[in-house]
Design a protein around this ligand. Structure first.
Ligand code: FES
Length: 122
């Protein structure tokens, strides 16, 4: 099971949600289910609106990092991932700091998800 803490300047305070087996999906799906205002548009790894920073509470907990080609390409275009980080993810299972919330699946570990959000939203 995983505790996911969402943090953003657009939220009055951090919110931690508990993702249970069965409702696990992408970070974006969990955020939407809990009314966390992560911006999104395409939901298909193409627009970059759902960019989030993901910090792992136990940095030593390694598990296969599933970066799709689409996510890698877009993160590269956004300047949010380096060649070394891609290599480290693929070879050593070290998760990169930035992910696309619509492409990143929640797993058995506690994470902190930070995003800028749209300050113009209520
Ligand atoms: Fe477009 Fe995630 S919503 S890349």
């Amino acid at each position: 099971m995983a505790n996911i803490t969402f943090s953003s300047p657009v939220m009055a305070r951090d919110v931690t949600v508990y993702a249970v087996a069965g409702d696990r999906g992408t970070i974006l799906a969990v955020a939407k289910a809990h009314k966390i205002p992560i911006p999104f548009d395409c939901q298909d790894g193409e627009c970059g609106s759902c960019l989030v920073k993901v910090e792992h509470f136990n940095p030593l907990a390694k598990s296969a990092v599933a970066l799709t080609e689409k996510e890698k390409e877009l993160l590269k275009q956004l300047g949010k991932i380096t060649k070394e980080e891609i290599e480290n993810a693929e070879v050593n299972d070290v998760p990169p700091p930035y992910r696309l919330a619509c492409q990143c699946f929640v797993r058995h570990e506690d994470i902190l998800v930070s995003f800028e959000g749209d300050k113009t939203l209520p």
